[in-house]
Design a protein around this ligand. Structure first.
Ligand code: ATP
Length: 239
């Protein structure tokens, strides 16, 4: 399998505070890669680096084999979509109007494809309802629709189930599995809760103390994922 993303000894420090201390990770094409780490482990920082929102202090990464800080990386980034932290939505507009605005930003004119995109994220019935009246789960799914408007092959989601109720978590999981299975999208999903990734991830990267301390295919973990995780990282139990 080819790698969509490969990082090598990636570090990030803020003044004296070293957050990432040499991250080596590899995300295979077609995978659902679960990035697991405690609160404050540096998941968002790592994602911001990969998305080009911040520069690493040292180390490097490639996207489809292209160096992240090269001119060609701009083209590679067009093949990516991301929802980092809270999705940027217009709360006074409907879901369809938000997508129309996003299409315009991207220079897309095929607005008649918007209903299908709304169907993909289970928001087709929202009609005139404004985003301000959406549940958190609906907002998260609309954020994903905005990221999908660029037709990405690689989608990065930072804690997509944060704050969702159990039903919202199930819907999100089903959506992400569908995107992977039906559209062949490679996914990087971060979470501090192992259990939320356990039914979908095909690969895991455990981020601990600024490093990926273990990277493993789900099939190699066995039945007891939590036990496996505890053996690797030690310390307190995770969801
Ligand atoms: P969470 O799930 O709680 O968001 P996380 O794993 O995503 O955690 P990060 O948000 O990447 O963690 O933060 C990792 C560490 O880096 C934290 O100690 C945080 O305070 C620090 N940090 C993040 N951004 C900055 C910044 N701009 N300046 C200084 N420190 C920062």
């Amino acid at each position: 399998m080819d790698a969509v993303l490969r990082t090598e000894a990636l570090t990030k420090s803020y003044k004296d505070h070293s957050v990432l201390k040499g991250v080596d990770m590899e995300i295979p094409e077609g995978s659902i890669y679960g990035l697991v780490g405690r609160n404050g482990a540096g998941k968002t920082t790592l994602i911001r680096l990969i998305c080009g929102l911040q520069r690493p202090t040292s180390g490097s990464y490639t996207l489809w084999g292209v160096l992240g800080d090269s001119d060609e990386a701009l083209l590679a980034r067009r093949r990516m979509g991301a929802v980092v932290e809270t999705p940027a939505l217009y709360h006074e507009l409907t879901a369809e109007e938000n997508l129309t605005a996003q299409y315009k930003v991207l220079g897309r004119r095929d607005f008649d494809s918007i209903p299908a995109l709304l169907r993909t994220v289970d928001l087709e019935g929202t009609g005139k309802k404004k985003v301000r009246d959406f549940s958190l789960g609906m907002r998260q799914r609309l954020g994903i629709a905005l990221a999908l408007a660029g037709e990405p092959e690689f989608l990065i989601l930072d804690e997509p189930t944060n704050g969702l109720d159990p039903q919202g978590i199930i819907e999100m999981r089903e959506l992400l599995c569908r995107l992977n299975r039906e559209k062949g999208i490679t996914l990087l999903i971060s979470s501090h809760l192992l259990s939320e990734l356990s039914r979908q991830a095909t690969h895991y990267g455990f981020l601990e103390d600024g490093r990926i301390v273990r990277q493993v295919a789900a099939g190699e973990v066995g039945e007891d994922l939590e036990g496996y995780y505890m053996d690797v990282v030690g310390g307190g139990r995770h969801g």
